[in-house]
Design a protein around this ligand. Structure first.
Ligand SMILES: Nc1ncnc2c1ncn2[C@@H]1O[C@H](COP(=O)(O)OP(=O)(O)O)[C@@H](O)[C@H]1O
Ligand SMILES: [Mg+2]
Length: 312
């Protein structure tokens, strides 16, 4: 048994002469929540279509749950819940009919499919839409139904292409909670997004793709280990803390900006910042009001790698 839920080797896709995905080695360990992060047009959807067998690679190998795509596509898709970027083709079915149909396709018996459809409509917040036709749904409602359909066969692996792109802010937060629940239940989740904060809140693994090529891949914790160099701190007496920090070996620079102390750390000694500052605050009876990295670590990696910027 391999340790990877998804593994690709040299995955490549040309459209005509354009190289859309190039030499991509995805490694998605079993049990992780993997964020496939990249700006619009980076090649995420093209990759995902190859993973799910909707598109044939120009070159490269794909193994999913120890099976080979596309040779063993049918077996693979029985174990995979897939949420495409443009969900739901069955415009004339009702939501309930659609989910039962998808449940039957994934191998459930009639009654089981019906029970599971009801359960998942409630879970994804579309219970009231059971007898609406798909064509009547808003884009956010479609995305919820599509999520339900991805879950219906109780898959080991979920492949979700920009699953929150049409959700409102509350829907996004709820969705993140659900993904974390699925991860707790032992599922592997692979999801694409171009929203850094969402990946940070949801994923413990990340692969960053740019122009069809992987530029970073690994555990978020490992990739961001040396990235949190600027810290924002607010205490009840900023001036006093600033005085304390000024000549410390772990501080490269410290200054105040709109009531917030910005501390640029020397990463070689950063550990001491995290032990000495809380001690100073405690011993001097200061109140701690804010203590956090100035930008998120993942954002810092992206800023280094995407000089030309990032389109939302
Ligand atoms: N069928 C196709 N034929 C030609 N070009 C395509 C096709 N599908 C996608 N592309 C191009 O491939 C690039 C990557 O698209 P896509 O995989 O959808 O990116 P993402 O999902 O990361 O936004 C884009 O430049 C897009 O225009
Ligand atoms: Mg896409």
């Amino acid at each position: 048994m391999a340790d990877y839920a998804i593994e690709t080797l040299g995955l490549t896709k040309f459209f005509g002469k354009r190289n859309i995905v190039y030499n991509l080695d995805l490694r998605v360990p079993k049990g992780v929540v993997y964020g496939f992060l990249g700006p619009n047009g980076a090649g995420k959807t093209t990759t995902i279509k190859m993973l799910t067998g909707a598109l044939k690679p120009t070159y490269g190998e794909i193994r999913i749950l120890d099976l080979e795509m596309p040779r063993e596509r049918v077996e693979i898709m029985r174990k995979v819940g897939y949420m495409p970027e443009k969900p739901l083709a069955y415009e004339d079915m009702t939501v309930f009919e659609f989910l039962v149909y998808m449940g039957r396709l994934s191998g459930l018996g009639r009654e089981e499919a019906r029970a599971r459809a009801r359960e998942l409509m409630a879970y994804t917040g579309v219970g009231r839409l059971a007898f609406n036709r798909v064509r009547e749904l808003s884009s956010g409602q479609r995305q919820r139904v599509s999520f339900a359909s991805a879950l219906i066969g109780d898959p080991e692996l979920l492949i979700l292409d920009e699953p929150t792109s049409n959700l409102d802010p509350i829907g996004r937060i709820e969705f993140i909670g659900k993904v974390l629940e699925l991860a707790k239940a032992g599922k592997t989740v692979f999801l694409s997004s171009h929203i850094v904060s969402e990946i940070e809140r949801t994923c413990n693994y990340v692969g960053i793709i740019k122009d069809g090529q992987m530029i970073e891949q690994g555990r978020v914790k490992d990739l961001t280990r040396f990235e949190s160099n600027d810290y924002d701190v607010v205490v009840s007496d900023n001036a006093r803390l600033m005085e304390f920090l000024r000549d410390k070996v772990y501080v490269r620079e410290v200054w105040e900006e709109e009531g917030i102390l910005r501390v640029r750390l020397d990463e070689r000694f950063a550990e001491r910042f995290f032990t000495e500052v809380p001690r100073f605050i405690g011993e001097n009876g200061l109140a701690l009001k804010l203590f956090k990295p100035h930008t998120s670590p993942l954002e810092r990696i992206l800023m280094k790698r995407f000089n030309a910027g990032w389109e939302e």
